[in-house]
Structures are given as structure tokens and as C-alpha cells.
Design a binder for this molecule. Sequence first.
Ligand SMILES: [Zn+2]
Length: 310
Amino acid sequence: MEKNIRQLDDIIWQLDLKVDNESEFIAPYLIKAQNDYIIVDVGPTCGIKELIRQLETLGVNESNLKYVFLTHIHLDHSGGLGTFMESFPQTQIIVHRRGAPHLVDPDKVLWQSSLDTLGWVAEMYEKPMPVKEENIISIHDSTFNIKVNDLEFNWVETPGHASHHFSFMLEKKGIMFCGDSVGMLIPSLDSAMVPTTPHPYRLESGISSINLMLERKPKMLAFAHHAIRNDAPNLLKKHIVQLELWKNCVASCLDRKIFTEEDIGIELSKIDPDSARLLNAPDNFGGLRKALVGSITGFINLIKKEREQA
Ligand SMILES: [Zn+2]
């Protein structure tokens, strides 16, 4: 098997799209349900050609790819969906009701807001193409259940990182596909786990989402960026502690008139070894580091807003 495709167990593969030549960055999961397939997130437009090539290698085609499950509609997860669907016209997309309109009309809000928040990273991802409404199953409730052949998936709304975020548990394996709602976990940086809290991050929702996942008793977590790990309960609890640590640190920085993301990053590195590993990582972790800087911005804005309202 080529090195960009990793078979994780008998029915799950991780496909590394090597966007911007960076590995461990954009990595959709492929799940096999008897003779059919499900893909979890498709990545940005610039990675679709490579994604389709990898799927062909694995024997996935337009008649056996039944579903795209979207964790949320940020460009790194679903930006390439319109382009992808040209090759998979019969595949159904399951997405949060708040995300669905932006898939159909990405020009209106999604593209512009992505340019504003991500800058060069959005340009590198490339513009999203529209998705046809008839392919979309929009979920209106806070939970959802679907059986695909022998596999049962239970969905739970997990806002915080995004208001349109779902996580879902593959019951047979006890794997919770948590998208970006429990941060990122980077295997080659000694499994550093860091927050994904871009503006407008909502800490209270983020923590209650993690508690909802804990209640489902997952055994494993499948991070969108970018690994499946055992010991889900401890990772979930560890992340809540980390979010609180970040909040206190960023608040204390603002009190001490430390305002820039770069300087706040230095302070965070002193108290959070996981974050230090990514902030001090080599250049080939540029996209992930940019995401981490965006997470610092999210905390700065969240604390400022809280103080304005106090
Ligand atoms: Zn992401």
C-alpha cells in the first residue's frame, strides 16, 4: 500500500492528501460497510484530485460510495465537496442544517469569511464549488442515527469549534469521529494535542460538547487532524483541562499587556508542552501552526468579549 494511504483496521483507512506538501494535515477517513463505502470529510478543493486517485486505488467508485459524512463545513473539511461530487453524483452528503446552505451557495458567506480568517491558507485550499441540493441530507435535530449495512452510527451535535459541527460514533468499534471538536493530535510531534479554537470560538459549548461525547463512552477518538487514538475518555478530559489552561493563560497575558498571538504563543509554550511542540515545530508544519495561531486569536477574542459584557 502506498504511504499516503494507511489502513487502520479491517474497515477503516486514513487518506493523507498532502495538501501544500504537508503530511498529517488533511486526512479524510474511509470506512467500509460490507460492499459500500463512507468517507468522513473530503478536504479542500486543492486536494480533491489526489483524494479521487487514492479512492480509485482502493476500489471506491460512484456506485459504491454511499455517503459523505461531514463533521463541519470549514474549507479544510468540505471545501472540495462541489468538485468531488462531479465524480460521485449519486453519493449522499450528511451535514448539519446550519452548514447545508453554505455548501449550496459557498460564494455568499463561506468563501469570503474563509479568506478573512485564514488568509493565504484559504487561497491555498482554493475556492469551493457549489454542491447540488438534491445530494444533501440536512440534519435538524441535535442527534441522529444512521445504519449503513452492518454499521451503526450515532451522531451528536458538538458545537464550539463551529456552530455546524457534528461528531459521530461508529458503535461497532467505539470510535468517535470528533472532527475538530477535541483539537488536533499530531502523531509525528510526539502526539501533541492542541486546541482548534478559531474565532468565533465558544468555550462553554466546546466544553459541553466534550462532556456529551464522554457520556457516549467512546473507546477511541478519530481526530480530523489527524489520528485515531485509544484512551478516548482520558483524551477528552485532558482537552477540557487544556482549554481551561489556555483561557487562564491568555487572560493573564492580556492583563499583562501581552497582546500579539506570537507573544501569547511564547507564554503558552511555557505552560503547555503539547502546544510548545507545534509552535516550535519545523517549517513543514506551517499549515498546522497557522491553525494554532488562529486558536490563540479565538481565545483572545473570546476573553475580550467576555470582559466587554461583564
Ligand atoms: Zn479542520
